[in-house]
Design a protein around this ligand. Structure first.
Ligand code: PMP
Length: 353
């Protein structure tokens, strides 16, 4: 570190992104990307923008936000939407804009939440997940701080019913509840339907998973108009042109091709269920997932050992060096071929345990 770094960041531990191997020889199941390419419509719309890249993009992302509103239904208007450079940027803006009350979130969840809280200089508390890895809603309801909840949660994949989310919202209207729905398209139910009823709800979504646009960086927030205005206050104070032309157009194109997204999500859910049932027969255990990944363990091996064994088989997954997570690996759901190869590899590995 240089002698110029602010003391505020001297002890900051950044988020560690999953490995992006230089050679694509691995079956890559480590960062919850889609195994499918972007929709052809998204590619065509993005390509049209290449020749216009000498112009700044529309800072308001008007066409994209109109399309998102249309796609969401639930009487959502474009004024209730903010587009961002991945949902990571949206979360960063939210942790800064709404930091005064501090935040609570589960101890096992998306690793970026504590990092964003620290960068924002916000206080935060972690509420332990229950022994079955479900969210402790009783303790979250009692908290005075703003709540941040990934639903489905990561890296567990467990989805909490909307009735629990609604109870959180109604318990304290002076407290903001942020629901991170990065993985909602794989079997969960969106809290967007509650936005008209609760002005203390902010939902974040991404195009990185179900819409195959992780590399384009596109996410959005949906919430009451005033919340969106607050986020815009920060956005226009940091980076007004946060979504580039190609990405905004690709997002629009992806939304214009809903049947492609639906088909891909259905394939991923099918592969997830096949993987869960086949490996259960081999003695592996996995948590009930509604996401595009499965959290898997075997009683005879640590997560790190499973990670290394799968790596030797040419399959990249992720393990976490954190209490309670050490027995597990998180495996992204791939296409049919990847799923078949993964099942075969897990069978060979089981023989050697
Ligand atoms: N929330 C959760 C729970 C995630 O796992 C991720 C992906 N790493 C994100 C948000 C951020 O996704 P993106 O910035 O690609 O939209």
């Amino acid at each position: 570190m240089s002698r110029f770094l602010s003391d505020a960041y001297a002890s900051l531990v950044p988020y560690e992104p999953g490995e992006q191997p230089k050679k694509q020889t691995f079956i890559k199941l480590n960062t919850n990307e889609s195994p499918f390419p972007p929709s052809q419509k998204a590619i065509e719309e993005g390509e049209k923008e290449l020749r216009r890249l000498f112009l700044y993009p529309d800072p308001e992302c008007t066409a994209l936000r109109e399309k998102i509103a249309e796609n969401l239904g639930c009487f959502i208007r474009k004024e209730e939407i903010l587009a961002g450079n991945g949902s990571d940027e949206i979360l960063f803006l939210a942790f800064n804009a709404f930091k005064d009350r501090g935040f609570v979130f589960p101890d096992i969840t998306y690793g970026f939440y504590p990092v964003y809280a620290r960068v924002a200089g916000a206080s935060y508390r972690e509420i332990p997940l229950l022994p079955d890895f479900s969210v402790d809603f009783k303790r979250l309801r009692e908290a005075k701080e703003n709540v941040v909840l990934a639903n489905p949660n990561a890296p567990t994949g467990i989805f909490a019913p909307l009735t629990e989310v609604e109870a959180l919202l109604s318990e304290r209207s002076d407290r903001l509840v942020i629901i991170d729905e990065a993985y909602v398209d794989f079997g969960g139910e969106s809290a967007v339907s509650l936005i008209g009823k609760y002005d203390n709800l902010l939902v974040t979504r991404t195009f990185s998973k179900s819409r195959s646009l992780a590399g384009a960086r596109l996410g959005f927030a949906v919430g009451n108009e005033e919340l969106i205005r607050d986020l815009n206050l920060l956005k226009y104070s940091v980076n007004p042109y946060n979504v580039n032309r190609v990405t905004a157009a690709m997002g629009w194109g992806a939304l214009a091709d809903e049947s492609y997204t639906k088909k891909n999500c259905a394939a991923i859910v099918k592969n997830r269920e096949k993987l869960a049932s086949e490996i259960a027969e081999m003695g592996y255990f996995s948590l009930p997932s509604k996401a595009n990944f499965l959290f898997v363990r075997h009683e005879k091996a640590s997560g790190e050992r499973l990670y290394r064994a799968l790596r030797n088989e040419g399959i990249l997954v992720r393990y976490f060096d954190k209490e309670r997570l050490r027995p597990f690996v998180r495996i992204t759901i791939g296409d049919e071929d990847a799923t078949a190869e993964l099942i075969a590899a897990l069978r060979r590995i089981r023989e050697e345990l």
